[in-house]
Write a new protein. Sequence first.
Length: 277
Amino acid sequence: MLDILVPTGDGMAFVRARIALGRAPAVICLHGLGDSHLAFEDAFETRYLDGASIVVWDMAGHGASPGCRDYSMEASAARLRAVIDHLADAHGLRPSPLLLVGHSVGGIPAIYFCRDAPPGEVGRLILAEASVTRFGSFVTAHAEAARLSGRFPEWYKEFREQVIFRDYLGRFPFCRHYYASLRFCGQEAFLQTVLAVRRTAKALPGKWSHAAGEALSKLSVPAIYAHGRDVAPETLAFLQEIGVTTRPFPTDCHFLMQAMTGEFYGLLGECCREARG
């Protein structure tokens, strides 16, 4: 197991990784807003990913990663490229194939990485309740509104201590990792990531205004969208319109990895087998 800081050209990125010997499926996991590598800690324990390389990172200013200059989603995708290249050069990562897993807003840089990757590099994209439309993005919308009203610091504390610790963990106590991650997330990094996500979600005219959704619609990489019962119906309509396969999970929890651990990692194992052919 590696716990390392990787230079990316725009600050360092904390990475936790298990590198398989030789060529093997490589599962790269991207967490969501305010979260950290803790979101995917079960990836290193599950039997479904035995024999695979696993890479989990902390986005800039999240978890153990320091802040950066550029919090845009494009810059996040570029940092991911730097992480993968470093692991290949310095630690022998040999993806065969490469699979990207993006949870929540982590789905945006995952999509952009696939868009910019050489043909054939990425074998599968798995999105877990990822942000691909402007619908259902309540946290980022409320955070942006709090900033505009000049009360973001107060909103952030209320979100962490009341909305998450008191209310959400009351319903889903197995999501304690998210509260822990929020305690380590820099407030400025959280805000700048919110603003980057909001810009992405409103980048285009019309109903389907999300730039990452537009990029997803044009990908040649096979993609699957995993979701619980609370996903916005507009998002499901969009995914159906662009022909992306969906996988429903019978839970109201946003954190599919914790709510239905076996089923979620079983899906990843299935994707690894299918991508290898």
